[in-house]
Design a protein around this ligand. Structure first.
Ligand SMILES: [Zn+2]
Length: 478
């Protein structure tokens, strides 16, 4: 923009004045026209949706270690090249290789019926004939402790906690098996992590505490958990047989996927954005997180299409293995090494592609505790100046009502970066249905509302471009 005013005929003092004026121009003045162009293009764009449909329908779900994940990785890299991204690469990452196998849960008493179940990711299997036992129901770890060994040993524990949102309930999925095993339980069941259910079980990662016997564990539907609870409350013993072939194979070779638009002035300074390319082994991983990788990719593809040349590098990354280990996020952090100090911001989309409302920005404190991962490390709080700037950038998204900045950060894949001081942005959506589909056979392409996906692309394109192009580094604003 500035170069337009720099004609030879201008006396130096006017030129200096123009420089000062340009530098103090508001973000809105500098970027409003470009943002409107990007938003309009995103709202008409069909390419991102077509890629997401291909990923879902033609490749399918993508668990770490599976051939379909490797197919998705190779395809994604070739699509990035086709879109004209630079330095496209697929750095190697070793990932855990858990296999579900056949599985079932059957209620044997007081009536016989199949239970809607999904084994939890990383669980061990049962012996060939399964595990049969009486069920004890608890709503909390405190209730389990109160029951004690005498009432738990030899039984199958069902955790049926009230739904207090994902973050407030997920510990029963991740830690329930070991807590039950400590008291001698033979298996653990958990009510699916959702507020709404149509007999749909939700899988997800679990983690065994060290030094405690590993027992098989599975999620059952909200309805079946409620039914078992009603029986037990009315004094009817419930007997269940659980059969799971789940097992762990040696770690597998996999890859992150990386592509860039190289910065025109400061290529070494990087704005990174992305999501995770792996998914659970059921459904299509459409919202979790096909939509996240395809929306971030398309945002960068549109910037490229317009021939925009941001001052800094914009890098899109599809991290691998977010669902059961976060090996891709850790490998990326190791790969960048000391260059992390030149990561000026990290943007993650991993909450589905419903209507975007804005971004969590800053501390990274909202990063979900991962099953098996450490609790979110204390994060440096970004400065008021940086937050105010984020709010200003958010105002460029007023026409789609998608730029509200709230204190927070991002998700699991950028947490190794935010833990190193990189400011994080996490896409926030209305989140009306995400946890209805999350980790189920129903997380399929039909749940993607085209306009809402396109709005996410628009928000990501504007945010990443402005962060990469504005004169100041947002991470250094004091
Ligand atoms: Zn996810």
């Amino acid at each position: 923009m500035l170069t337009l005013y720099m004609t030879k005929s201008l006396p130096l003092f006017i030129l200096a004045g123009a420089l000062v004026a340009a530098q103090s121009d508001s973000i809105s003045q500098q970027y409003s026209a470009t943002s409107q162009k990007l938003i309009a293009a995103a709202l008409e764009d069909q390419e991102g949706l077509a890629r997401l449909q291909f990923l879902c329908d033609r490749i399918g779900n993508r668990l770490s270690g599976s051939p379909s994940l490797e197919k998705a990785i190779a395809w994604a890299a070739s699509e990035m090249k086709k879109a004209g991204l630079e330095n496209v690469s697929t750095p190697s990452v070793k990932v855990p290789h858990w296999v579900r196998g056949k599985e079932s849960a059957t209620m044997m008493a007081p009536i016989e019926k199949p239970l809607a179940m999904l084994g939890l990711g990383m669980s061990v299997g049962t012996p060939k004939d399964g595990i049969s036992g009486d069920v004890v129901v608890v709503a909390s770890f405190d209730e389990l402790t109160a029951l004690g060994k005498a009432n738990v040993a030899g039984k199958i524990v069902l955790f049926n906690p009230d739904w207090k949102g994902y973050g407030g309930t997920v510990m029963y999925r991740s830690d329930g098996a070991s807590k039950a095993a400590e008291l001698g339980a033979t298996a653990a069941l958990v009510r699916s992590m959702t507020g709404t259910s149509l007999q749909t079980p939700h899988t997800g990662a679990m983690v065994y505490a060290e030094g405690i016997r590993k027992i098989p564990t599975a999620a059952i539907s909200v309805e079946d958990a409620a039914l078992i609870t009603r029986y037990v409350k009315s004094g009817l013993p419930v007997k269940v047989r659980l059969m799971m072939e789940a097992h762990q194979l040696p770690d597998a070779d996999s890859h992150n996927v990386v592509g860039e638009i190289l910065g025109s002035e400061k290529p070494e300074e990087v704005v990174v954005l992305g999501g995770h390319i792996d998914s659970w082994d059921i459904g299509q991983g459409a919202n979790d997180d096909g939509s996240g990788i395809m929306a971030t990719f398309q945002a960068v593809a549109l910037i490229k299409k317009f021939g925009l040349k941001p001052r800094r590098t914009i890098r899109v990354v599809f991290w691998v293995n977010e669902e059961n280990g976060s090996a891709g996020a850790k490998a990326y952090r190791e790969m960048v090494g000391a260059a992390v100090s030149n990561h000026i911001a990290a943007i993650e989309m991993d909450g589905g592609a419903e209507k975007p409302v804005g971004f969590g920005f800053g501390s990274g404190g909202e990063g979900r505790r991962r099953a098996g991962g450490p609790a979110a490390a204390p994060q440096p709080v970004t400065s008021k100046a940086a937050f105010d700037r984020a709010v200003e950038i958010g105002k460029l998204l007023e026409s789609i009502d998608g730029g509200k900045m709230t204190p927070g950060g991002g998700g699991a894949d950028i947490s190794p970066l935010t833990a190193s001081g990189v400011p994080g942005f996490g896409v926030h959506t209305v989140g009306t249905h995400y946890f209805d589909w999350h980790h189920t056979t129903s997380d399929t392409f039909d749940k993607i509302v085209p306009l809402e996906f396109q709005q996410n692309v628009a928000a990501l394109a504007v945010l990443s471009f402005v962060l990469a192009d504005m004169p100041e580094r947002i991470d250094k604003m004091q």
